[in-house]
Design a protein around this ligand. Structure first.
Ligand code: UD1
Ligand code: UDP
Length: 357
């Protein structure tokens, strides 16, 4: 079988690694990097660390408005599909790269396989929500990470080609936690073992694009009872520089590779984030989390308060972050599968004629 796989943003590299390794054993995969993320520590570092095959094509679209960025990707991906004539297009997640890949495939009547299908925040102002809904509605196979995702699709009338594979990010965490531990336990990051810090990442448009919101987040982080380590996304870095935001309690570092990120999450007292992926990784690694958003598509993480949502309000953030961590006494149900999503996705794609769930 010949697949064209579209990736372009940091979380997609991490999701692609476990699948590519398995799929390529008996099948052909043409890897397309849209170039949505391009800095060394937003892109290359993941290919090196996770041994992701070198992309066959790099569209180098770079940054831009949603329309321009998606249009450039669409044009480039269409050319590649026409040239390669694949049996299917594989897309991950909810970024502009995801939508462009799905649209290009669907218009050329090539089956589209969507990994991380069915997630909903029910906030259509989020670019991610628009990308997910549109992608799901033109996909042939909807590869869902959770039962909630399957239920969401049912509500929208999508029942065919829907399958619960478990979450491929769980595969990635299971494969890499030990490697990460070995690499960093005796490094300059050793001091993190004291678990005396918060780990924070902020990059979602809904938080970074409103001056007051971004300021309030940083005021709250500055008032916390432990220092905050923040690997900073380039989008956020630009904004805090423009706004001249003080960083008294916050240690800003450049974006890190996945292995160091796992080490930072595992040892943190708590994760404070607006990232989709990080909420789950915190959950998988049994680190409590506070999510600085009004909704989450990963509702399973909210059970027993492992993850708590907070509106952007200085006092609310402070109170929620400094809560009593009762979650640590509660076991976690296996809502994200068994860590074998890559195999299940592979099987579903190869046997797609027989899917009937
Ligand atoms: C994108 C996704 C978001 C995902 C995130 C993962 C969309 C609409 N958003 O958001 O869902 O959570 O990726 O990290 O697809 N930039 C650089 N260097 C880079 C990449 C970006 O400097 O390598 C800067 C540019 O100024 C750019 C800004 O970051 O304008 C935003 O990048 P973009 O890819 O548009 O969106 P993300 O915020 O990364
Ligand atoms: N990540 C990373 N280094 C960083 C920040 C994040 O490796 O400096 C990883 C993180 O562990 C997770 C993924 O990138 O696996 C999440 O990406 P991001 O938060 O950018 O996007 P989202 O999940 O919100 O779409």
């Amino acid at each position: 079988m010949k697949l064209v796989t579209i990736i372009g943003a940091r979380p997609q590299f991490i999701k692609a690694a476990p699948f590519s390794e398995i799929f390529r054993k008996e099948n052909e995969e043409i890897l397309v990097h849209t170039g949505q993320h391009y800095d060394k520590n937003m892109s290359n570092i993941f290919f090196d660390e996770l041994k992701i095959p070198k992309p066959d094509y790099n569209l180098s679209v770079g940054s831009g408005s949603h329309g321009k960025q998606t249009a450039k990707m669409l044009e480039g991906i269409e050319d590649i599909i026409l040239k390669e004539n694949p049996d299917g297009i594989l897309v991950y997640g909810d970024t502009n790269s995801t939508l462009a890949g799905a649209l290009a495939g669907s218009k050329l009547l090539i089956p589209v396989f969507h990994v991380e299908a069915g997630l909903r925040s029910y906030n259509k102002n989020m670019p991610e929500e628009q990308n997910r809904i549109l992608t799901d509605h033109i996909s042939t196979l909807l590869l869902c990470p959770t039962q909630t995702a399957i239920d969401n699709l049912k509500t929208e009338g999508i029942k065919e080609g829907v399958i619960n594979t478990g979450d491929i990010m769980y595969d990635a965490v299971l494969r890499n936690t030990k490697i990460s531990d070995e690499k960093y336990k005796n490094s300059e990051w050793n001091y993190l073992k004291e678990k005396d810090y918060y780990l924070s990442t902020i990059h979602r448009a809904e938080n970074t694009d409103k001056k007051e919101k971004l300021k309030d987040i940083f005021i709250a982080l500055n008032k916390l009872d432990k220092p905050v380590i923040m690997p900073i996304h380039p989008r956020t870095k630009k904004k805090i520089k423009d706004l001249n935001i003080p960083l008294d309690n916050i240690k800003i570092i450049e974006p890190v590779g996945y292995l160091l990120m796992l080490y930072l999450i595992k040892n943190a007292h708590m994760v404070i984030t607006d990232s989709g992926g990080l909420q789950k990784e915190a959950y998988f690694l049994k680190t409590p989390c506070t999510t600085l958003r009004d909704q989450t598509e990963w509702v399973e993480t909210l059970e027993n308060d492992w993850n708590i949502l907070s509106q952007i309000d200085v006092q609310k953030i402070k109170t929620k972050v400094q809560r009593k961590l009762t979650c640590l006494q509660h076991p976690q149900p296996k809502s994200f599968g068994e860590g074998n999503a890559a195999i299940k996705i592979c099987e579903a794609i190869i046997n797609r004629g027989n899917i009937n769930e």
